[in-house]
Design a protein around this ligand. Sequence first.
Ligand code: FAD
Ligand code: NA7
Length: 457
Amino acid sequence: MKKTRIGIIGAGPSGLAQLRAFEAAKKEGHDVPEIVCIEKQSNWGGMWNYSWRTGVGKYGEPIHGSMYKYLWSNGPKECLEFSDYSFDEHFKKPISSYPPRPVLFDYIQGRIKKNNVRDYIRFDTTARWVSFDEESQKFTVVLDDLKIDKTYEEEFDYLIVASGHFSTPNMPYFKGIENFPGQVMHAHDFRGADPYKDQNLLIIGSSYSAEDIGVQCHKHGAKTVTLSYRSNPIGVNWPDGIKEVPLLTHFENDIAHFKDGTSEKYDAVIMCTGYQHKFPFLPDEMRLKTKNNLYPDNLYKGVFFNDLPRLIYLGMQDQYYTFNMFDTQAWVARDYMMGRYKLPSKKERRYDIDKWLKENDTLQSGNDHVDFQSAYIKDLLAISDYPDFNVDKVGVMFKEWLKDKDENILTYRDKTYQSVVTGTMAETHHTEWMDELDDSKERYLYQNESEEELSDT
Ligand code: FAD
Ligand code: NA7
């Protein structure tokens, strides 16, 4: 009998979670389907695979990456720890709660390198188009091998879309912006604070990107940072040099005017205005159409496309939980594809989705959001054998993290948390975050030891 074939689009944390889920089943002696993972970049890790490039890559494909230099985890690592691969197992010693990007990239790679899953991934390959045949119940995916400039097709019984949703900018227009003389760009193209030293910077938006890019630019020497909000200010205790103002209304050359009647001159503008869920390789009827929120409509259990559950989306939610959420999703998806988990009828699925949507509509505070996503994770854990972890305790940590940020946005990354996987308490980093200008893995992991060695000689 022909083996079931599974296609995965994307080898970021979500796609890698899916590969790992199948490897876990294989290790337990199960016969797993044939898997092909398609990745348009030359390496895995998705967002965590930093690229200095902006615009298009060397093969003319849109650059996926939105991460930048000097990016440190924006939540405690204890809230995203894989429950089947701890930070202790990887680093062999306690590390701080907020590592920089290269350290988290190393951690993601460490788990996946333990298996031979690289063999399943076709790098430098883009998914161009997907169609589904009702009769054969198979997907045909048109692929481009970018290296040799060759188009070909593959057939799959199940298709997993793990292509991320923080890559295609949502770029609003403001009157007069076309005559602004300085740089105007979206957070997607931000590659680090260096160009904004001594500048007066205007940031539009009031969510994660606005907060993190604003604080990074302040840390690395911007003269002033102004954050302009549409709905609600971030509202933390901002230090001198950062302030929040209501929404920008228009520009007159380099002067920005705001809703409260104030105006100010700026050198550069960064739109931290979020991203679009964009799937240029999917026809309209298979596309997930949603804003960035905690429960995208039409996904049963947050993953199965309700009109066509053989089409599975991973990681499409707005994210408090990240790596561990992708894992819990991937384990459930795997069990469905292997016939170990049966889906209820379409109507029952719809009913369940509506229940979550209704609940989502009632959420008010950050704490409510945390509780909602924690409940979602628990729901998934209950139906798969992904190693259980103390979700309630992680929820408490998320709430502490929100409080830490409120209290001091410049020092929250100096706090430490306890792992729910190993019980290990995080180390205090050797340098306070505000004084740490080097985000390399080498400095992060080894500076203490090399200083000790130096003082020994
Ligand atoms: P991605 O990481 O986006 O990976 C998707 C993959 O799909 C990419 O490798 C891409 O190349 C590939 N792909 C896309 N289209 C195609 C195609 N057509 N064909 C083939 N391959 C394709 N999370 C945290 O936990 N902590 C943080 O501190 C944090 N900081 C963040 C900072 C920024 C600036 C951004 C943008 C996100 C941040 N996140 C953070 C969230 C981050 O998105 C997730 O941690 C995680 O990377 C999501 O994984 P993913 O696999 O779903 O998507
Ligand atoms: P988010 O979290 O989706 O937030 C988008 C922000 O952009 C939010 O504050 C929006 O305000 C604002 N926005 C959107 N459109 C506009 C317009 N037209 N005008 C003004 N403001 C606007 O995206 P982020 O990039 O911050 O975060 C995404 C991920 O990147 C996240 O997971 C991080 O880890 C990094 P609203 O509140 O809707 O009025």
